[in-house]
Ligand binder design. Structure first.
Ligand code: FAD
Length: 385
């Protein structure tokens, strides 16, 4: 049986990011196998993130903005991001950059197939794919089945961030190319967290995305109707060309993740809980995780020595999910308060789980208190969803 130092069960964003980080480090001589049924290359998603610490994979950042807009029915504001930048990475650029390096690397192999099971063996793991079995010193598992997520149940929240986005081109100059819109609540909420997200590439071209944080998906026609209405009534444009489309579903759950799945297996990416439960952001968190895994392998000879998020971050994610789930109609008020009453850098640090206890409390003091107390009571005292 062939033996590899590292096997990636799944070669999507997380598997490729980790393999890329390994081959760019002092572990570059280790053998790596990446197993995935799909051939990556299409522009299947656009990743955005904010950062003040440089970009994890610099050459593939296609847009960087230094401002962000927040809009709701009662208040609209453009934030200068100060030290922060909001950055965008196109899926096809990410796959090209990572695959170019990995495919040329003499110690990296790819297998088009599925990982069926991973077993602990004496001092290694045996990875069963639909074609063969191999041995691995360490396995990094990012397999994620959306259908399986649909069936999960238990005393946790299982919301989804679901969205449909259009890249539109207009005759008139209607977009502000300097300022992406993180939230625009000027769309009917129907008792849920619903908003628009806009990435402007020029005055005439932007990604306009209808986004919901809720339990159930909509019909295709409902997404389309909402985008058409928003473009007409809020952006003020009726003549445009849809040149590309994006859609996606991201799990938003506070179900605790077991990262150490076996003696030799670490869960990474979505499976490893790298999607921030209350925002759906995962790209930058996954890059930081990849760096931490490489660091752990180098220093400790295993991949499990990883920084843990503060417990309060999980608690707050649960409360935010609870408010969105039970009191979705308050979402606009809650987010308006968060953006209106906090300096933007404090808010971004809060969402990155980097605030001190005092700063975290300061942020929480800005939201409407009764629904959060009710959420705390229900989730942490009654232990219900
Ligand atoms: C459209 C879209 C837009 C997003 N935008 C952002 C954003 O702007 N910012 C952000 O931070 N996050 C964003 N996310 C969330 C998150 O960053 C992505 O979902 C990211 O791709 C997650 O990485 P992953 O490796 O966990 O999953 P994936 O990239 O989906 O990779 C999982 C891989 O596992 C493979 N696989 C599944 N089963 C098996 C099996 N049995 N054996 C082997 N391989 C298997 C799949 O084929 C897939 O390639 C977005 C998500 C989507 C869907």
């Amino acid at each position: 049986m062939r033996r590899y130092d590292y096997v990636m069960a799944g070669g999507g964003m997380a598997g490729l990011s980790l393999a890329y980080a390994i081959t760019g480090s002092r572990l570059a001589e280790k053998s790596v196998l990446i197993v995935d049924p799909e051939t990556k290359g299409e522009n299947d998603r656009t990743w955005c993130y904010w950062t003040r610490a440089g970009h994890p994979i610099e050459p593939i950042v296609s847009h960087v903005w230094s401002a962000l807009r927040f809009a709701s029915h009662s208040w609209t504001h453009d934030f200068d991001l100060g030290d922060y930048r909001y950055a965008m990475v196109r899926g096809d650029d990410f796959y090209r950059e990572t695959l170019d390096r990995l495919e040329q690397h003499p110690r990296v192999e790819f297998e088009r197939g599925r990982v069926i099971a991973i077993h602990d063996e004496d001092g290694c793991a045996r990875v069963e794919t639909d074609q063969r079995s191999v041995l691995a010193t360490w396995v990094f598992d990012s397999r994620f089945e959306p259908q399986e997520y649909e069936q999960r149940s238990g005393p946790h929240h299982y919301l989804k961030q679901h969205f449909v986005g259009w890249i539109v081109e207009t005759q008139q100059p209607v977009f502000d190319p300097h300022t992406p819109t993180l939230f625009d609540f000027r769309t009917p909420g129907h008792g849920e967290m619903r908003f628009f997200y806009i990435l402007p590439f020029s005055e005439h071209r932007a990604l306009v995305e209808y986004t919901l944080f809720s339990a159930e998906l909509l019909s295709d026609a409902e997404y389309v109707r909402a985008i058409e209405t928003y473009l007409r009534d809020v952006v003020g444009v009726t003549e445009y060309r849809v040149v590309d489309r994006e859609r996606g579903v991201i799990p938003m759950t506070d179900e605790p993740v077991v990262r150490r799945e076996g003696c030799r297996t670490l869960a990474i990416g979505t499976r490893g809980g790298r999607v921030k439960a209350s925002t759906g952001y995962a790209f930058r968190r996954t890059q930081l995780d990849s760096q931490a895994i490489v660091e752990s392998l180098l220093r400790h000879d295993h991949p499990f020595h990883l920084p843990a998020a503060p417990r309060r971050a999980r608690m707050l994610d649960t409360m935010l999910l609870q408010v969105m789930y039970r009191r979705g109609e308050l979402s606009e008020r809650v987010f308006t308060a968060l953006f209106r009453r906090n300096p933007i850098d404090r808010l971004l640090r809060f969402l990155d789980e980097e605030t001190s206890l005092a700063q975290t409390l300061a942020v929480m003091a800005t939201v409407p208190i009764p629904p959060f107390l009710a959420a705390f009571w229900r989730t942490h005292v009654l232990k219900k969803v």
